[in-house]
Design a protein around this ligand. Sequence first.
Ligand code: ADP
Ligand code: ASP
Ligand code: MG
Length: 400
Amino acid sequence: MLIVKKFGGTSVGNKDRIFNVANRCIEDYKKGNDVVVVLSAMGKYTDVLIDMAKEINPNPPKREMDMILTTGEQQSVALMAMAMASMGVPAVSLNAYQVAMHTTSNYSNARVKRIDTERIRTEIEQHKIVIVTGFQGVNKFDDYTTLGRGGSDTTAVAIAAALHADKCEIYTDVDGIYTADPRKVPTARKLEKVTYDEMLELATLGAGVLHNRSVELAKKYGVRLVVRSSLNTNEGTVVREGSKMEKMIVSGVAADPDAARVAVIGLTDEPGIAFKMFNALAKQNINIDMILQSIGRHGKKDISFTCTDDDADLAKEIIEDLMEFEEIDVDKKVSKVSIVGAGMQSHPGVAAKMFEALYDANINIRMISTSEIRVTVLINEKNTERAMNAIHDKFNLGEE
Ligand code: ADP
Ligand code: ASP
Ligand code: MG
């Protein structure tokens, strides 16, 4: 079997943990499997590197930022190969350049385009454990890129897809995928299985346990993912296609504090206004999520929308330069809380139940958006954890 095993920052955070990971990989290797390991930077080292960079220049060039960020993963793969060598097992570390992990050219948020598997295959044929840097790629200018925070998951799935691996295991610091972040919702329960679509929604809506691009790729290439802990041998959660075994209407609750609300008040109520506004924002690569338009009165209307905290000020500037209106207001102290579940499509009343939970907890809803398998509300950021717990309880997600 060919197994891709990815270990996150906590899992390789110190010397003991590095040896723990080495042991787990060697176990599979000694059973006769081909093993490719993908690693993140140790602990919170990526954050340390970001702080280091910002001390020199609060607005560092994006290319140089990726240049420094890729060093975190390069450390951990080299240390892992050294650990394995000290245990008498042949291993080789490879960075994105050596693997030929081709990405789009945009720094800090590049997408994987293609992987030349030749180098990895050659190393595997020589019976080595291959240890690859997560999170990084190389663009058409031969520069390093990074795949966005949490992007090592995506590296692992991309490699698993390219090598047609039999398994892709994501090892982290929790036992699997839970009905909500177990650090925020103490009653959260581990799921045995979750579908790609549900996981994609959860990951996109703030469940940081998997990078959302990794789920997208896993679905596209049919890579079967298992999420489990590197610190114990408990069974994890399987992410895959297909019918749900657990007859749950709602599978999980996710929250994303990285949301801002922009409200544009007193726009002219005439055709083309929304087009003009959102077209200009799209041209600057600003992703808009929830949108609310008021009914027109006295020839005026209001449009509110959400984007990321980082994009909010730029969005405001663009609109100020472009349109006529009475007032514009940016609020960054908001967060999105969502419920996700494939079973929602066939069950009415799910959204109402979520709103009831928020009403009972005396939490005001500021915006609402829905899709076939999710409901998202925008609320004040300070209420995030309370809202997650209230909704989780309302749907009894902690119970089997
Ligand atoms: P790694 O460094 O291993 O990639 P991450 O911090 O990226 O780890 O992801 C694991 C974390 O994701 C957990 O510690 C947990 O707090 C968080 N998390 C958020 N939502 C969920 C969820 N639904 N199930 C499990 N963990 C979640
Ligand atoms: N080290 C990177 C980060 O902290 C990538 C990852 O951990 O997946 O975002
Ligand atoms: Mg992660």
